[in-house]
Ligand binder design. Sequence first.
Ligand SMILES: C[S@@+](CC[C@H](N)C(=O)[O-])C[C@H]1O[C@@H](n2cnc3c(N)ncnc32)[C@H](O)[C@@H]1O
Length: 228
Amino acid sequence: MSQRHKEARFNFKLRTNMTPQQIMEMFDDYADDYEEEALTKGSRAHEIVGDFLANTYPESDRSSVKVLDVGAGTGFVGMKLKALGFTYVDALDPAQKMLDVAKTKNVYRHLICAFMDKNRVEEIETDFYDCVTATAAFNEGLIPCNAFPQLIRILKPGGRIVFTVPQMHVDNAVEYRGRLIPLIDKMAAGGVWEVTAIPLADGQLSNCLGPGFLYSLKVNVSEKYFEI
Ligand SMILES: C[S@@+](CC[C@H](N)C(=O)[O-])C[C@H]1O[C@@H](n2cnc3c(N)ncnc32)[C@H](O)[C@@H]1O
């Protein structure tokens, strides 16, 4: 791991020239320190997403709601969801060492080491999950816009993609600038999903990421492939 890639943990601009493989290696190398640093920065996207799911799914239904936590990292979302009564939660992340930490939490049923991108993750069946979550995983160099067709594929019709994204990444991340929000709006206009967008004030996601949004995309279709 070069010094430059180590600095890219905190300096998002340094990620713009990194390949997905290099991003994955950066997180593998980050696994032992990630939680302490995330807590120091006051990361709380997992709390926001967990609370949203708790408001969406009545307590009596939660044990049967199948959730995939994409970009699960060391398992913050899984821990929050377990505390809320969600017991069917899987994790997906390309960084095996992050997943190794997540596994020690005993909150995920199944851990899948894979990228979420335009490629099909063969071990996930079509129309399988009720909900996909992603926290701190829509940022520079991480989940690409062309992952949405696969997210739609693995969700049941009526399922939800629930994620947070800081406004600074909507505005500046190479992958999202001028693309992410137009894509969300275009698919909404085409009836692919219904959008709930909840503004988050500075400090709600963490101490340093500024304001942002929680998006919930309620998907109306089974499979939908589109060029992005
Ligand atoms: C900043 S961590 C967030 C972890 C956790 N969700 C949290 O809130 O603490 C981002 C995670 O996304 C993973 N990641 C990177 N690219 C990804 C991709 N294309 N698909 C899924 N996960 C990805 C990284 O390996 C890393 O573990």
